[in-house]
Design a protein around this ligand. Structure first.
Ligand SMILES: [Zn+2]
Length: 259
């Protein structure tokens, strides 16, 4: 049976670990730190066979060298020669078979130019998405290397995945993201219900992840630039009337940086 668990790292990162309880083979996504992963593997008596990388930021790759040398794991990641230790460069449309699972590679630039996401169309009868810092629960990554149009296009690609897809992103930023979402759409009932349910998870010390694409479509402002209430908030904030959806996205992405 396959299990997926979050290994907490740094202040608010999650390193996702997928493992088979019988074969004891494990895969991790974005190991920004090695030691929490090594502790987890030891605790569950697992052997790390594969590492997946979404983008080059240090909090996603810093544990790579130590894990690779310790476990001889095969490393997959974006076509970015600046990331040390990648054995297999991936491009959009590539397919991987690892641990008996199939992964489709999506190019999702915007947060960084090299950012990719891993989509498993059917993992235990449910699609799953490992999307690093592109789509967050209730939010999205900052624009460091791309531009707003590029990031919005990448998010649209993820939003078009099956609504039941479970979303595994790399940070626990949910409550701060939802507070921003509420400033934009204070009357969105699905958003208000989500804030109540996610805050009780946090109070119980549980991750708010995984989310689903359906939940994100209903309450993530960065997928809701068509919402009249949200657009009105963006217009008031920017002092510009008649913003297009693309302009609305750019306004709220910039606004979130200072919220
Ligand atoms: Zn990042």
């Amino acid at each position: 049976m396959l299990t997926i668990e979050a290994i907490p790292a740094f202040d608010d990162n999650y390193i996702w670990c997928l493992y088979h309880s019988v074969s004891k083979q494990a895969l991790v996504v974005d190991p920004g730190e090695a030691l929490p992963v090594m502790d987890f593997l030891e605790q569950h008596q697992l052997q790390l066979s594969h590492i997946l990388i979404t983008h080059h930021h240090y909090d996603h790759v810093n544990g790579l060298a130590l894990l690779k040398s310790h476990y001889h794991a095969q490393v997959y990641g974006p076509h970015n020669p600046n990331i040390d230790g990648i054995d297999h460069y991936l491009n959009a449309g590539d397919q991987l078979q690892l641990l008996g699972l199939s992964f489709e590679i999506l190019a999702v630039p915007g947060h960084t130019l090299d950012h990719i996401a891993y989509f498993c169309p059917e993992l235990a009868q449910q699609p799953r998405l490992f999307c690093g810092d592109t789509l967050f629960a209730g939010g999205c990554g900052r624009i460091f290397e791309g531009d707003a149009a590029m990031l919005q296009n990448s998010l649209a690609q993820l939003a078009a995945l099956p609504p039941a897809t479970l979303v595994y992103c790399a940070h626990e930023y949910t409550m701060a993201n939802l507070a921003f979402a509420k400033a934009l759409e204070p009357n969105n009932p699905q958003l208000l219900a989500r804030i109540a349910s996610d805050s009780s998870k946090r109070q119980a010390g549980l991750p708010t992840l995984p989310s689903t694409i359906a939940t994100e479509l209903a309450s993530n402002p960065f997928l809701r630039c068509h919402s009249p209430e949200l657009r009105q908030s963006a217009q008031q904030h920017s002092g510009h009337n008649e913003l297009s959806e693309a302009e609305t996205f750019a306004v709220i992405r910039e606004w979130k940086n200072h919220f």
